[in-house]
Every structure is written in C-alpha cells, then in structure tokens.
Design a binder for this molecule. Sequence first.
Ligand SMILES: C[S@@+](CC[C@H](N)C(=O)[O-])C[C@H]1O[C@@H](n2cnc3c(N)ncnc32)[C@H](O)[C@@H]1O
Length: 252
Amino acid sequence: MELCNKIDSNIHETQEFSVLQYLGHKRKLIPFIKENVYNYLGEGDGFLDLFAGTSIVGYNFKKTNLVYSNDAAPFAYETAKALIKNNLIINYDEIKQKLDKYYEKNRENLSNIFNKYLMKEKKLLNSVDINSLIDFYNNSPNYPLNNEKFDKEIDLLEYKKNNKKEPYILFSSYYSSNYFGFHQSIDIDSLKYAIEYGTFSEIEKGILHTSLFYAMNECSFSRDGHFAQVINFNRSKKRLLKTRKNLFINFL
Ligand SMILES: C[S@@+](CC[C@H](N)C(=O)[O-])C[C@H]1O[C@@H](n2cnc3c(N)ncnc32)[C@H](O)[C@@H]1O
C-alpha cells in the first residue's frame, strides 16, 4: 500500500508519542533521523517511509514533506491511514453513536458467555486482593491452557473456518487472563466488531483502529508494554493492578 499526504494545518503539533510499544519502533531515534535526513531532504520533497510500522517516522516529516508510507502488516496500514493520510479532527459524539450499537451487541453476547468471570474479576479488582486475583486468573478459562474450563463450548475451529463468526471473541478466549483481563478483552473484541460493522469511512476506521491499539498498549500486562512477552503475575503484582484499568480511559 502507498499513502501520501502533506499536512496543511497545525493539528499535529505533538510529535513525541507512541501508538504502540512496538519492537523496533524508532520513536527515540526521531531527533537523530531528522537531523541527518534534513541534510539531504528539501522542504516539499517526497519522503518514503519504507517499513513504516507505527508510522512515527513518516508522521514526523509530515509538516515539511509529502510522505509516502509502505508496510506489509495490516496494523501498519491502519496507523498510516490515521497518522499520515488523515488531516482531519473527527467528531467524537458522531463516532461514538455509530460505535455504540455494534459495540453493545457484541458485548452483550460475550457477557452472557463470560458473566461469571466478569463478576468475579470486578469483585477482586475492587477488593484489591491481589493474591486471590492471581489465583482467579490462573484458574480461568483460556485457550490453549485452560481450555476445558469454558462453561459453554466455544468451538474455535469454527472461527478458524469463518473469521467473521459472531460474537467476536479472539481476545476474550485467548488473552483474558494474561495480557488483559476479562473486562478489557470483551471491550477489545466488541470495539473491533463495532469498527468493522459500523458505517465508517476508511480514514475513520484507521483512526479507530489506531485508538484501539493505543488503548490496548496502555493496558497491556507485558514486558516493556509491548505484546511479545507476558509478565509473571507473582513478580509484578503492583503492575498487574495498575494495568487492569478501564480500556476506555485511553480510547478516543
Ligand atoms: C522494525 S519495524 C519498523 C519500525 C518503524 N519504522 C517504526 O518506527 O514504527 C519493521 C516493519 O517492517 C515491516 N516489513 C517486514 N517485511 C516487510 C516486507 N517484505 N514488505 C513490507 N513491509 C515489511 C513489518 O511489518 C514491520 O512493521
């Protein structure tokens, strides 16, 4: 894919931020890259951000140059649409209204499946009883470890045959007792469902996906905040409580 856009307003003032703690992202190298690249790049010249990843490099040249972005990964396409191609500020209320209907539909279906675990998680998080919380997660259903503990049979093979099967359940079934909790995973699955089915433009979808990645990144219980390695509960109890927050704090 290729996208390009030269920024024509001052809405992208903040350039030091990170959508994802992605392994190999270049956020910390931005001053070095800029200092050196501007020796060869004039204002208004084309700038190709090859292997764009989080798009943080291209984003930092958007004020002065015509940025082209390329990456094979679908997540990178979404962030490039939001950060490189987009120059608009979206209307939050309008977007929220369009999201809500589908978000609620998926959420309700998942809440029926995971109700017992949602209630228990909420109680333990409120009580701040960290050892019981860890015990709860270690004994909760999740693929592929505690597969047999699901109350209702969830046939993931069906999802492998048809990845549009409803409700969207990927995070709730795999990551609800490790990187994320049950509440967070159900929100992630339901937001993903709503982004796909709500009537959004391609740019809006890019912005919503990017917001979701950012919100997930801020709650992920994993080493250095990226998704490569989950942390041992017992070694980082305080962090577990800190990251099990409401995902919506950082979404939109
Ligand atoms: C280390 S990351 C890039 C980091 C990026 N500059 C940033 O700061 O976020 C490498 C990227 O290369 C992409 N990539 C790897 N092989 C590729 C290929 N053959 N064609 C296009 N993109 C590729 C990956 O999807 C990944 O996003």
